[in-house]
Design a protein around this ligand. Structure first.
Ligand code: C2E
Ligand code: CA
Ligand code: CA
Length: 927
C-alpha cells in the first residue's frame, strides 16, 4: 500500500499545495457555475457556457498541477520541456471543453459517465505529460499500480461531480460538485506523484528548457488570468441571475395574478405542474389539490374522455406546436362551463419537450349569447324564408346585404345568380332580364332604379306597382333605414291584379252573358247622349224582353233559360256595329243603343236587332223564342237618359201586350197609359177601405136538371171616377203590388158569409190567385174564416189555375193538400189554356175541371175546339173528375154540351153574375 498523505507531507511545500488547492477549487466552482447556466433570451447558448466552464477547468487544473509540481521539488529539477508542458495544457483544455459541451447537450447518465471518463482521462494525460516534461539528472521509475490508481481516482469522483453540476440547481449540490471535481484533481496528482521513484542519471546536454523560475512566472500569470476569468464570470453570473430572477418573479406574479383566464403549466405527461389564480377560480379546485396531482383529463367531460379528447389535444399540441379548441369542461362541483382552450407546446433551447402551457377561458356567457344570437338568426332566417314577399336589404352604398329565396322565386332568378355586395342597379338588371327574357337598356335600368328611389321620398311612401304583362305584376315597397341603407319588399301581385281586373269586369259586366251591365251601359249612354246633344246627332234605344221567358225557365229548366239568354246575347254582340252598345239589365231584359244620323241607319239597326231573336239565327236554341222590342229615340222621344230608358220600356210593354206587334216605337200616349196603371194600383190599395168592392155570384148548374149546384164568386170594383173596372184588369195589378192578399181574404170572407145564408146544398166557388197560394198560412186563414162564418168546408170550392204550379210546384201542392185536408174542394180553372194541363191534373186530385170558356166560345165555328171539349170531358170521365164548361152564351152551345155529355155548366145563358143571388138561389131550389 502506498500513502498519499505521506507523499504530501514529505515531498511538498505546503504553501504551494494550499495555493494549488485554492486555484483548483476556484476553477472547479467556475466550471459548475458555467455548466449550470440555463438558456435565456439574449444570453449565449448553453454549450458556449459549458465550453467556458471547460476552459476555466482546463486552465485551473493545469495551473494546479504545475503549482503543485513547483511545490514538489526533489531538488533536482533543472527545467521543463516547453513542448510537452504546453501540449499538456492543450490536451486538458481540449478534453474538458469537449466533455462539458457534450455533457450539457446530452443530459443522461451515460452522457455523464462518458463526460467523466473523458475529463478524468484528460486530467491524467495532462498530469503524466506534465511529469514527462520535467528534466532532471535522474531517471523516473514508474510504479504502474499507482499510475492505474491515479487514473481511477481521477475518473471516479467526476461521475457524481458532473451529475450534480448538470442535473441539479441547488447550492449544496454545486459546492459538492466543485469539491468532487477538485478531489479528482488532487487524488490524481498526489497518487501520480507517489507512482514515481527517481534513479540518478546523467542529463543529456544542449536541451532547450524552461527554468523552474520561468515556469513559476508562467503558472502565476495563468493563475492570475484564471482568477480574473473566474471573478468576471462570477460577476456576470450574478448579474444575469439577478436580472433573470427579477424578470421571472415579475412574470410569475403576472401569470399568477391573472384571474379571468386560467393558465396551467402541464408537464410532458399532461399533469398540472403549476397554475394561476384564474385556473383556481375557474375550476374551484385549490392548488394543493391539483398541482402535481391531477392531469388535464380531470377537467374534461366523460364523453370527451371516452373519445380520448385530452390525449388528442396534447398530441396535437405536441405535433404541431399548438392546439386550439372549444368544449364543455368540468368544475370541481361537477358543473360545466364552455371553455376556449389553447395548449402550446413548451420546449427547451434544444427543442426538447418540457411540457405545455394551457390557457383556458370561460366562454359560457359568450356561448350563451352566441347560441341566443344563432337562435335569433335562425328564427330570422326562417321568417325571411317563409315570407310571402321577396326581400332585399341594401347598405348605404346600395350594395346588397341580404335577400330571401322568395325574392329569387318572384324574379325567376337562379339562386346562385346574385351575391351579397352586388349593386342595386346590377340586381335590377338581372331581375328584369330574367323576367322579361330580353336585354335591358341602360336608360330603362336607370329609370327603374330612380323610380325605386323616389318611392323612398316622403313620410308615407307608396309602393311602386308595375304590370309587365298579364302573367306578371309586382308591387315594390321600399323603406329607408337609419344607417342610410334601404329595405325593399317585392310582392308578386299578378293574381291580385287578375282578380281586381276580374272584379272590375264583373262589376261592369253581366256574369252570364258577358255583356255590359246596367251601370256600364248607363255610363256609356250618358256619355253618348251628351255627345249627341253637342253634335246634333240622335241616339236610338231598344228595350228588349224575351217573351214567355219565365215559362221557358219553368218548363225547360233554368239551364235552358240561361242558354236562351246567352245565345241571345251572342246574337246581339254579333249584330252590333260601330257606335252601338248592348247590355243585359235584368233577368230577360236587354237594351241596345245606337248613335245615328239618318232614318236609314235606324231602320238597318232595328232590322239587325229584330233578327237576333229569330229562330233562324245561328245562336238561338232549337225551340221557338220570341222577343218584344220597344224603341225610343233621343232627343225626339226623351231628353234624358232615364226618360229614354223609360219610354223604350213603355214601347216594349206595348209590343208585349200586343198579339200582333213584336216591335213598337214609342208614342207620346204610352206614358199616359203607364201613369194610368200606376194611379189604378194606388186606388186599388184604398178600394177595400172605401167599400168600392162587391162580389157578384154566377150560378153553376147541372145541365140535366137545370139545378143550381153552386155559385162562383166574382169580384167587382166600382171606381169612384172610372166606374166599373174588370177583374181581368185589376186582379193582375193587385197580384203585382201584393194587394191580392188582402183582397183575396176579403172576397173569401164575403163569399163565405153570403153562402152561409144560402140553402145547405148550394156550394160556393171562390177564385184563388196563384200568388195567394204562396202564403204559408193560407190553410189556417181559410179554416178560421169558415169557422167564423159557420160554413161547412165541403160547401167551399177553390178555383185555381195552372199558373199556381209554375213558380214553385212543390210548395203549391203542399199548401193545396193541406187545404184539401180541411175538406175543401179544389177545382182546376181555365183548363186547356196552359202548357201542361195534363201534367197538372196528374199532380193533384182535383175535385172539378173547368173547361176554359174560350173553347166553348169557339166551339160552334171550330171543330178543333169542339174536339178539345170532347177530349176533356172524356178525360174527366176516365179520371172520375166532374167537368164544368164555362162561357155558355147560346142555346147552341148548351145543346153541344148536352150532346157531348157534359154535366155541369156556367155562362151568361144560365145565369149572369148577380149581386144578391139569395132570392134566386131559393127560387132555383124551389123551382
Ligand atoms: P174566371 O174565373 O174564368 O171567371 C169567369 C169569367 O167569365 C167572369 O169574368 C165571368 O163574368 C165571365 N163569364 C161568365 N159567363 C160568361 C159567358 O157566358 N160568356 C163570357 N164571355 N164570359 C162569361 P169576370 O168576372 O170579368 O172575371 C174575370 C176573371 O177575373 C175571372 O175569370 C177570374 O179569373 C178573375 N176574378 C174574378 N173575381 C176574382 C176574385 O175574386 N178573385 C180572383 N183571384 N180572381 C177573380
Ligand atoms: Ca173562375
Ligand atoms: Ca174560368
Amino acid at each position: 500500500m502506498f500513502d498519499i498523505f505521506a507523499c504530501l507531507r514529505d515531498d511538498h511545500d505546503l504553501r504551494l499545495v494550499v495555493l494549488a488547492a485554492i486555484i483548483c477549487l476556484l476553477s472547479t466552482s467556475t466550471a459548475v457555475l458555467m455548466v449550470r447556466q440555463t438558456p435565456r433570451h439574449g444570453i449565449a447558448p448553453l454549450h458556449k457556457w459549458a465550453a467556458l466552464g471547460g476552459i476555466a477547468t482546463g486552465f485551473g487544473i493545469w495551473s494546479t498541477h504545475f503549482i503543485a509540481m513547483l511545490g514538489y521539488d526533489p531538488g533536482v529539477v533543472i527545467g521543463y520541456r516547453p513542448v510537452l508542458t504546453l501540449g499538456s495544457l492543450a490536451i486538458v483544455l481540449a478534453t474538458t471543453t469537449g466533455a462539458f459541451t457534450f455533457l450539457v447537450r446530452r443530459q443522461s447518465v451515460a452522457a455523464t459517465t462518458v463526460a467523466a471518463v473523458v475529463t478524468g482521462s484528460g486530467f491524467a494525460v495532462m498530469h503524466y505529460a506534465g511529469m514527462a516534461a520535467l528534466e532532471m539528472p535522474a531517471r523516473i521509475i514508474w510504479d504502474w499500480r499507482y499510475v492505474a490508481a491515479s487514473v481511477a481516482l481521477a475518473i471516479a469522483p467526476l461521475i457524481p461531480a458532473l451529475h450534480l453540476a448538470a442535473g441539479r440547481r441547488d447550492r449544496l449540490s454545486g459546492v459538492t460538485s466543485a469539491i468532487l471535481l477538485a478531489g479528482s484533481v488532487i487524488g490524481l496528482h498526489f497518487t501520480g506523484v507517489a507512482a514515481i521513484s527517481l534513479v540518478p542519471e546523467r542529463m543529456p546536454e544542449g536541451l532547450l528548457l524552461l527554468s523552474p523560475q520561468t515556469m513559476a512566472g508562467v503558472v502565476t500569470a495563468v493563475s492570475l488570468a484564471l482568477l480574473a476569468l473566474c471573478i468576471a464570470s462570477w460577476w456576470l453570473y450574478r448579474q444575469t441571475a439577478a436580472v433573470i430572477i427579477v424578470s421571472e418573479r415579475q412574470f410569475s406574479a403576472l401569470v399568477m395574478g391573472i384571474t379571468d383566464c386560467a393558465i396551467y403549466m402541464l408537464d410532458s405527461n399532461g399533469r398540472v405542474a403549476n397554475w394561476n389564480m384564474g385556473a383556481q377560480r375557474l375550476t374551484g379546485f385549490g392548488a394543493d389539490e391539483v398541482v402535481g396531482r391531477l392531469d388535464l383529463s380531470r377537467f374534461y367531460t366523460d364523453e370527451e374522455r371516452a373519445g380520448d379528447g385530452p390525449k388528442r389535444a396534447l398530441a396535437h399540441a405536441k405535433a404541431s406546436g399548438k392546439y386550439t379548441g372549444e368544449g364543455w369542461r368540468l368544475r370541481k362541483d361537477g358543473s360545466r362551463f364552455w371553455a376556449h382552450v389553447t395548449i402550446e407546446r413548451v420546449a427547451d433551447e434544444e427543442g426538447r419537450l418540457i411540457g405545455y402551457a394551457k390557457i383556458t377561458r370561460d366562454m359560457t356567457q359568450f356561448k350563451d349569447n352566441q347560441d341566443q344570437m344563432n337562435e335569433a338568426r335562425r328564427h330570422l332566417d326562417a321568417a325571411l324564408e317563409h315570407m310571402h314577399q321577396g326581400l332585399c336589404l341594401f347598405d348605404a352604398d346600395e350594395r346588397l346585404i341580404l335577400h330571401n329565396s322568395r325574392f329569387a322565386q318572384i324574379w325567376k332568378l337562379p339562386p346562385d345568380s346574385f351575391l351579397p355586395g352586388m349593386s342595386m342597379t346590377e340586381l335590377a338588371r338581372i331581375s328584369l332580364e330574367a323576367r322579361t327574357g330580353t336585354e335591358v337598356s341602360e336608360e330603362r335600368l336607370a329609370a327603374a332604379c330612380d323610380m325605386l328611389r323616389q318611392t323612398l321620398v316622403g313620410d308615407n311612401p307608396s309602393p311602386l306597382i308595375h304590370e309587365f304583362n298579364e302573367n306578371f305584376a309586382i308591387s315594390i315597397s321600399s323603406r329607408s333605414l337609419p344607417d342610410g341603407g334601404l329595405v325593399c319588399t317585392h310582392e308578386d301581385i299578378t293574381e291580385r291584379c287578375r282578380s281586381e281586373a276580374q272584379i272590375a269586369y264583373l262589376a261592369h259586366h253581366d256574369g252570364l252573358t258577358g255583356l255590359p251591365n246596367r251601370s256600364k251601359f248607363t255610363r256609356w249612354l250618358d256619355r253618348e247622349i251628351e255627345n249627341a246633344g253637342l253634335r246634333n246627332r240622335r241616339v236610338a234605344l231598344v228595350a228588349i224582353d224575351i217573351d214567355r221567358f219565365k215559362e221557358i225557365n219553368d218548363i225547360h229548366g233554368h239551364g235552358a233559360g240561361d242558354d236562351v239568354l246567352r245565345s241571345f246575347a251572342l246574337s246581339l254582340t254579333d249584330a252590333l256595329e260601330d257606335e252601338e252598345c248592348a247590355a243585359r239589365i235584368g233577368g230577360d231584359e236587354f237594351v241596345v243603343a245606337k248613335i245615328f244620323d239618318s232614318q236609314a241607319q235606324l231602320d238597318d239597326f232595328v232590322a239587325r236587332i229584330e233578327g237576333c231573336s229569330s229562330p233562324r239565327h245561328g245562336h238561338m236554341p232549337l225551340f221557338q223564342v220570341a222577343a218584344s222590342l220597344g224603341i225610343a229615340v233621343y232627343p225626339a222621344d226623351a231628353q234624358s237618359r232615364d226618360a229614354l230608358l223609360n219610354n223604350a220600356d213603355l214601347a216594349m210593354y206595348r209590343a208585349k201586350a200586343s198579339p200582333t206587334e213584336q216591335i213598337c216605337f214609342y208614342q207620346s200616349g204610352m206614358d199616359e197609359h203607364a201613369r194610368y196603371r200606376r194611379q189604378l194600383a194606388n186606388d186599388l190599395r184604398q178600394a177595400i177601405d172605401r167599400s168600392e168592392f162587391h162580389v157578384a155570384y154566377q150560378p153553376q148548374k147541372l145541365l140535366q136538371s137545370d139545378k143550381i149546384v153552386s155559385y162562383e164568386a166574382l169580384l167587382r170594383w166600382t171606381h169612384p171616377r172610372l166606374g166599373s173596372i174588370s177583374p181581368d184588369e185589376f186582379i193582375p195589378l193587385a197580384e203585382e203590388t201584393g194587394e191580392i192578399f188582402r183582397i183575396g181574404e176579403w172576397v173569401l170572407r164575403q163569399a163565405c158569409a153570403e153562402a152561409a145564408q144560402w140553402d145547405e146544398e148550394i156550394g160556393i166557388a171562390v177564385n184563388l190567385s196563384s200568388v195567394q197560394l204562396m202564403q204559408p198560412d193560407l190553410p189556417e186563414t181559410i179554416a178560421s174564416i169558415l169557422l167564423e162564418m159557420r160554413l161547412p168546408p165541403r160547401r167551399l170550392e177553390l178555383e185555381i189555375t195552372e199558373t199556381a204550379f209554375i213558380t214553385d210546384k212543390v210548395r203549391a201542392l203542399h199548401i193545396l193538400r193541406r187545404i184539401k185536408n180541411l175538406g175543401i174542394r179544389i177545382a182546376m180553372d181555365d183548363f186547356g189554356t196552359g202548357y201542361s194541363s195534363l201534367d197538372t191534373l196528374h199532380s193533384f186530385p182535383f175535385d172539378k175541371i173547368k173547361i176554359d170558356k174560350s173553347f166553348l166560345l169557339g166551339a160552334e165555328q171550330s171543330g178543333q175546339a169542339r174536339a178539345i171539349i170532347r177530349a176533356i170531358l172524356g178525360l174527366g170521365r176516365s179520371l172520375d173528375i166532374p167537368v164544368l164548361a164555362e162561357g155558355v152564351e147560346t142555346e147552341g152551345q148548351l145543346q153541344l154540351l148536352r150532346d157531348e155529355g157534359c154535366e155541369e155548366a156556367q155562362g151568361y145563358l144560365l145565369g149572369m153574375p148577380l149581386i144578391a143571388p139569395r132570392g134566386q138561389a131559393c127560387a132555383a131550389i124551389l123551382g
